[in-house]
Design a protein around this ligand. Structure first.
Ligand SMILES: Cc1cc2nc3c(=O)[nH]c(=O)nc-3n(C[C@H](O)[C@H](O)[C@H](O)COP(=O)(O)O)c2cc1C
Length: 178
């Protein structure tokens, strides 16, 4: 299949997720185009793809403007084809955080007008190496609400479940091909 992966990433974890999917799908024989919504103003024609995977991460309860804009502008095309949305956040690992993580996706759908055929809530990473004091405070105290996370000095603790991600993508593409 010819697959477009359109992503937005602020500290880099969603970029890593997009590249991971690209590597996996390419190895399986798919043709994959990866587009960083934050860097590309020229979107390839979606009619040239069999399926689209959009991925964005949450900061202060919202996905990247660039991802929202892409989905809003392309919503008519996206509605008419197999499209999946991967929402990357950290609430999902916080106690009782899943409802919050789902709300981010509901807000995305309400804002963009695109209802993805499939949605995956992926846990992101605490990217200490990319944070200043305020970002670190926001993540540890406001997003994770004091949840125990490895200390700074342990690098960038990563919570992404790669096997669950792979299973989601495989199931989505199998439905898309059917
Ligand atoms: C300043 C800041 C604000 C954040 N706000 C939220 C939030 O409101 N809800 C949430 O679940 N995660 C939040 N996160 C966690 C990110 O979604 C998570 O770190 C994700 O892996 C970032 O992906 P990226 O590296 O692709 O940008 C925030 C992270 C930062 C640094």
């Amino acid at each position: 299949m010819n697959v477009l992966i359109a992503f937005g990433s602020t500290e880099g974890q969603t970029r890593k997720i997009a590249r991971h999917i690209e590597t996996k799908l390419t190895a399986e024989g798919h043709a994959v185009t990866v587009m960083d919504c934050g860097e590309t103003s020229k979107t390839p024609a979606l009619s040239g793809f069999d399926a689209v995977i959009v991925a964005g991460s949450v900061h202060n309860k919202r996905h990247q403007d660039s991802v929202n804009s892409f989905a809003f502008v392309e919503r008519a095309h996206l509605e008419a084809m197999p499209g999946a949305f991967i929402s990357v956040s950290l609430s999902i690992i916080a106690k009782d955080g899943e409802a919050e993580a789902r709300q981010y996706v509901d807000d995305f759908i309400a804002e963009t007008g695109w209802t993805p055929k499939a949605t995956h809530l992926a846990a992101g990473a605490v990217r200490y190496l990319e944070y200043d004091f305020f970002k670190e405070f926001t993540v540890k105290q406001l997003v994770l609400e004091g949840e125990a996370v490895p200390d700074k000095g342990t690098g960038n603790p990563e919570y992404t479940d790669w096997a669950a991600l792979d299973a989601f993508v495989a199931s989505f593409l199998s439905d898309a091909a059917a």
